[in-house]
Every structure is written in C-alpha cells, then in structure tokens.
Design a protein around this ligand. Structure first.
Ligand code: ATP
Ligand code: MG
Length: 510
C-alpha cells in the first residue's frame, strides 16, 4: 500500500488542451484529463466520441508531435513517441482490437518490448517463467510455448490483458476489455483491477456496459464529439444521467419496440439433430434441434464454449470442423459446407471478429456493397450510382458516424465498423441473418438502434438468429431464446420471461 500523504494524491497523469485531427474529423477538441494513483476512472461515450484516440495518446500509440496539447506523467513532461516508450515509463494499454503477433508464441507476445536478457542475450528460460507467472496470475492455464495463432479471439484477449496486468504499470488503460469476455473472466479481471487499485495503480476503464462501470469505478468521465462533457463521482450520477450526457439529449426515452410473443411465419431455418465437431474430433454441439421462423428474432445463448457460436458458424458453413444432421432452408434440405453455398440460399452471417469480414482500406460504401455484388452482376448490370445511394441510405438509417461513405473503414471507431457489417447484409437483402455477438463493443444508443432495426427486419419477414455470449444483448430484442450449456440445449425462454438473470442461471445450471 502506498502512503496517503500529499505525494500519493498528486495526479499520475495530467493532460491539457489535447486536440487531435484526422482527415475530415476533429477527434479530440481541447481535452483535459487527470487521474490519481489508486483511482479507477471510467471513460464513457458513444461510438466515435474520441475515447480510444485519447487513451492511445496516453499510451504512445499516437506519437507525440501528431497532436496539440501536452501531458505530464508523475509531474514530468511526457511525450511518448511509441507504445514501447510509454510502457517503459509505466503506462500499459490493452487496446480495443486484439493486437497480437500471431506467428509468435504466447511467451514471446507477453515479452514484446521488454525481453529479459542475460549477458546481452535474450533469456528464454526467464521469458517462459515470466509468461507462466503472468498467465497464472490471471488464472489462465495455457502453455506459453503455443503460438498465439492457436488461440481463439477471446483467449488472445485474455493473454493481452494478462500481459498488461503483469506490467506493474502505474497507469493501466483498458479499452473495452470485457467486450469478448465471459462473466467469469470479467469477474476475474475486476478482482485484479481492485488489487492493483489497492497498490496505488491508476486505471482508465473504457466500457459500454454501465453495470460494470458502476460496480468498479470511482469516477466517470463522459465524452461526446471529441470533448469532455462531464466529470462525476460514481455516487453523484445515475445510469440515466450518464446515458443522457453521452447522447447529448434529455428525455428521449424511446425503448426498443417490444418483440412480439408468438411467431406464425413459415419456418426459414431448421436444424435437426445437429452435431458439430472440432478439428480434433471433439463434439462441441450435441443433437441440437432448432427452428427459426420468418418474422422471428431468436437468440441462441450460452457461455463461451457452450456450443451456440459453434452451431451458428456450422449452420453457415463457416465452422472449421465437421458437422452432422439436417439443415433445412425454407423446408428444403440443404448441404452447406462453405459460406459460398450459404449466401445464394439467402443466408448471411455477421461474425465475431469484424476484422475478418471488413476490408479496412476500402471505403464504407464498398464494404457495404460487397455481399450484394454477386446478385447485381448475375443480372449483368452494375448500377454503381444506385449502389452508392443504397449504401448511403443504409449507413444513415443505422447512424454510421462518418464524414463520408467514401472514408476507409479502418478510420471508423470500433462500434461504427460493427454497423458497417450489419449494413452490408441489409444491402444484400439477406432473408436469414445469423449474427454472432452482434452488438459487441456497440454503445448503448446504437445498441438500442440496432435492436430496433432487428424488429423492423423481422416485421418485414426476415428471420434473425443471434448467437450470443452476452445476455444483455438478447434481452429486449428476442422473441425467444434457446439456451445452451456444454453443447446441449438446456432450455428456452419466451420474450415475456426474458431477463439477464434467468438466462445466466439457465446457462450455468445446464
Ligand atoms: N486512424 C484514424 N484515421 C481517421 N479517423 C480516425 C482514426 N481513428 C479514429 N478516427 C476518427 O476519430 C473519431 C474518434 O474515434 P475513436 O476511435 O476515438 O472513438 P471511440 O470513442 O473510441 O469509439 P468506439 O466506442 O466506437 O470505440 C471517429 O470519428 C473516428 O472515425
Ligand atoms: Mg474506441
């Protein structure tokens, strides 16, 4: 424990007058910020508000010189020109998008920028020992000699977090760390955050989940359109107050249209006695029966590894392993071994990792148009003007925040990239949409928009299946939710019975 004298209460980091421009966007506009040792400060704001930009400056990811304003760390001027330099000075960042070197081992990734050396050579034994300790400290049982590419996205994120926690930084910055984590993993992270706080580490926590913000943070800082809009002690503001400040409006309390309780549409997608195996031959989904009707939004809920993601990917032909059992589309048996066979049947998938699906250096308009190109060129006509108008209308209808639909997708904030994926399938007139954790990293305002969009699509006769590990995204959105545990169906909840608690209880008891 640090002392509580005047030295300990001086801020660790102070930022003054930070202004950062990107072509066409003023991402930060005269931002001031300070954080003290042992404080956990939430940084909140809608997609594109400037949160990531601000903390990337703190962490050296936007090098000094590329912005106006100044920073001090421990009272000294701080002008990091790289992430490595910021890390060496005691600032550790877990970025929003998992950022690993897939070809290196777990141990090598953990040691990046900070290799242990002996007699001037890299000390491999020490590297493995440190990596083991970092993983064990965060409760991870992984072989540090495995290549990073052997891990799934969520596990990679856990390794990145373990690495940052092990840095013994004085300022730890977490940019939406829980977006890909299970409840248990989040709980473990919060325990570690509290332990670090007790040791005097300052923590900046970016999250779109207000529940966890109110559970763990001391202060809330709200950003909107590149500016700080409010500072609050956690006891001095309500969730409602935070959301209003993020959105920049008061009173607008339009809730998602409640989903209807019964669906009478024809069966669009049916899985019968569906079994999914991983490449090692292990059964991940066992004898699943599932019916999805037109006009329905159906959730498929389970904790990570419960089989819902696996089932959704396999139904679309995107699961790397084998599957058995029947897939029926509009009542007709279909063989779907690859996504290219799913798309012509009117099936679309929105995957977990947006970087798998979006082409970063192409424009928003092109990314939206990709899935619809096939149908357009089959007719032999490529109406570029109409395609652009359609892309613009769809982008506007789901409020993609951008100066222009010609901007490159990689310049969008994380949540806005997610919206581009949704827009793509809307443009492609897909009838059966399978989504995997679709509102991961999407802010509360946009989440509400997107849920409304689902009910609109359902009302127009689309069928939507949402495979999710996040109970919150299914509540208020689904007509019913099928719950899975250990690869099997363990229950089902109708819209009127749907609460986060019930879903979690069912998924963990099963
Ligand atoms: N490398 C870049 N090039 C161009 N524009 C960028 C770049 N990075 C961010 N921007 C723009 O700056 C603004 C702020 O983006 P930022 O990523 O900081 O938002 P955010 O608050 O983190 O949002 P989210 O919750 O979606 O992650 C957005 O308008 C974004 O499009
Ligand atoms: Mg961000």
């Amino acid at each position: 424990m640090h002392g509580v004298g005047p030295v300990a209460t001086a801020p660790v980091l102070v930022a003054r007058g930070l202004t950062k421009r990107f072509p066409g966007v003023l991402a930060l506009d005269d931002v001031g910020f300070a954080i003290r040792p042992g404080e956990i400060v939430a940084l909140l704001g809608q997609n594109g508000a400037g949160k990531s930009t601000l903390i990337q400056i703190f962490a050296g990811a936007h090098p000094a010189g590329g912005y106006d304003g100044d920073l001090t760390l421990g009272g000294e001027p701080f002008r990091p020109s790289s992430v490595a330099e910021a890390e060496a000075a005691g600032v550790a960042l877990v970025p929003q998008e998992v950022n690993v070197v897939p070809d290196l081992t777990i141990a090598e990734n953990i040691a990046l920028n900070d290799e242990p050396t002996r007699w001037g050579f890299i000390d491999i034994g020490e590297r493995i020992r440190r990596a083991k300790a970092a993983l064990a400290d965060f409760g991870l049982d992984l072989d540090p000699a495995l290549p990073m590419s052997a891990l799934d996205l969520a596990t990679q994120q856990l390794v990145v977090i373990a690495r940052a926690l092990a840095k013994r930084a004085r300022l730890l910055i977490l940019d939406e760390p829980t977006a890909a984590l299970t409840e248990n993993e989040s709980r473990r992270l919060f325990e570690r955050m509290r332990a670090l706080k007790a040791k005097g580490v300052a923590i900046i926590f970016v999250s779109h989940r207000l529940g966890e913000v109110f559970a763990i943070c001391d202060r809330i800082v709200v950003m909107r359109d590149g500016r700080i809009r409010g500072h609050h002690g956690i006891a001095d503001i309500s969730r409602r107050g935070v959301v209003d400040e993020m959105v920049g409006a008061t009173g607008a309390d339009e809730d998602t249209a409640p989903a209807g309780d019964s669906a009478t549409g024809a069966v669009a997608l049916e899985l019968r006695n569906f079994n999914v195996f991983d490449s090692g031959g292990r059964r991940r989904v066992e004898s699943l029966d599932l019916i999805l009707r037109r006009g329905e939004v159906v959730g498929l809920f389970g904790l990570l590894g419960a089989g819902c993601i696996e089932a959704a990917l396999a139904a679309y032909g995107a699961w790397p392993g084998r599957h058995e059992g029947a897939v029926l589309i509009d009542g007709k048996a279909a063989t779907i071994a690859a996504p290219s066979e799913a798309v012509p049947l009117g099936l679309g998938l929105m995957a977990q990792d947006r970087r798998d699906c979006l082409i970063g250096d192409q424009s928003i308009a092109d990314n939206i148009g990709i899935a619809s190109l096939a149908s357009i060129s089959r007719l032999g006509i490529l109406d570029i003007g109409a395609g652009r108008r359609r892309a613009r209308d769809i982008a506007a209808s789901i409020a993609i925040k951008t100066a222009s639909i010609d901007a490159e997708v990689r310049t969008l904030s994380g949540g806005n990239q997610q919206k581009v994926q949704i827009a793509r399938w809307l443009a492609a007139s897909t009838r059966i949409l399978i989504m995997i954790d679709p509102t991961r990293g999407v802010d509360v305002g946009a989440r509400r928009e997107i849920k409304r969009l689902w009910s609109e699509l359902a009302a127009r006769g689309h069928a939507i299946l949402i495979a999710s590990t996040d109970a919150e995204e299914l509540v208020d959105a689904c007509d019913r939710v099928v719950v899975m545990g250990h690869g099997r169906r363990v229950g089902e909840l109708a819209a009127r019975d749907l609460t986060e608690q019930k879903l979690l209880r069912m998924a963990t008891d099963g």
